[in-house]
Design a protein around this ligand. Structure first.
Ligand code: DO4
Ligand code: MG
Length: 278
């Protein structure tokens, strides 16, 4: 089952049918350990709609309102390598190798709903940054109790020049207005994602593809439940949370995003998150 947070209400896609739940509050709806069964119980002929295209064409909101968005880092070997490279001249590279091997994961605060755009929105690059990349990340949707109730797609927009200058600048490299995109929907499921699931990134510029790559979620070094356990150890989340699980796709060092670039991030079973660069 998939849920889209739209201007018309919550659009549910289930077994080739679409349903519109008009009077739901996102924060209450998503923070529910029994969300699958409770949503199934709400679907009936009265809220079934034949053609969702006009709803999906109007702005799809990001599937986040009062939830905090956190992120884990250096969870894939490629991320460790890329970051060692970008910070080797400034002496910060050892930290990435250490956190890749450590029991405690890297976790950082990424964004709020109001700094985040949805499918079709514009992500931003910082004006004081010279080297910028999208990070396509499987994103967990977690309730207050720490239960993973769904999966969505996240873009952890990152300034490599600022992070590379000094790892202590990470919050500035990662968190700013328009620093994240989430969407287009949440896949609600009680089962883990298939190990064969792929994450794909494609970047188009002036009608030409300037970057594309893919990675399997089976390449992630950590157990997703363990990362959630660390996040919830000493933080409570009254509205639940979203957790980006790290990037395994790192463009080569000569690549930087430009204004109007089109970013497509696809995760099997969830969909494609599309954004342009402001
Ligand atoms: O260590 C810095 C950030 C890592 C990150 O965002 C990632 O690996 O995806
Ligand atoms: Mg990241």
């Amino acid at each position: 089952m998939k849920v889209y947070n739209t201007n018309s209400g919550l659009l549910i896609a289930h077994e080739n049918e679409f349903y519109l739940l008009e009077n739901e509050n996102w924060d209450t709806f998503i923070n529910d350990d029994g969300i699958l069964q409770n949503t199934l119980a709400k679907l009936n002929n009265g809220n079934r709609i034949k053609d969702p295209s006009s709803i999906l064409k109007s702005e799809i909101k990001p599937p986040v309102e009062s939830q905090e968005i956190w992120a884990s880092g250096v969870t894939y070997y490629n991320s460790k390598l890329g970051r060692e490279e970008e910070s080797k001249e400034t002496g910060g590279s050892d930290f990435y190798a250490r956190v890749y091997e450590a029991e405690r994961p890297e976790l950082f605060f990424k964004s709020t709903g109001y700094r985040t755009v949805g499918h079709g929105g514009k992500v931003r690059i910082r004006k004081d940054s010279t080297w910028n990349v999208p990070e396509p990340e499987l994103t967990l949707v977690i309730t207050s109790s720490g239960k993973i109730v769904g999966y969505t797609i996240g873009n952890d927009m990152s300034s490599r020049s600022i992070e590379g200058e000094n790892p202590l600048y990470l919050p500035q490299a990662k968190t700013y207005d328009g620093c994240a995109a989430i969407g287009p929907c949440v896949l609600l499921t009680d089962s883990p994602l298939l190990r064969t699931t792929k994450i794909r990134l494609k970047i188009d510029r002036e009608g030409r593809t300037v970057f594309s790559d893919e990675i399997g979620v089976d390449q992630i070094k950590r157990n997703l439940g363990d990362i959630v356990e660390y996040l919830y150890r000493e933080c409570s989340f009254p509205y639940g949370s979203l957790l980006m699980t790290g990037t395994g796709i790192v463009p080569s060092n000569d690549f930087t995003l430009k204004r109007d670039d089109e970013i497509h991030i696809t995760i099997d079973g969830i969909g494609t998150l599309y954004n342009t660069v402001a």
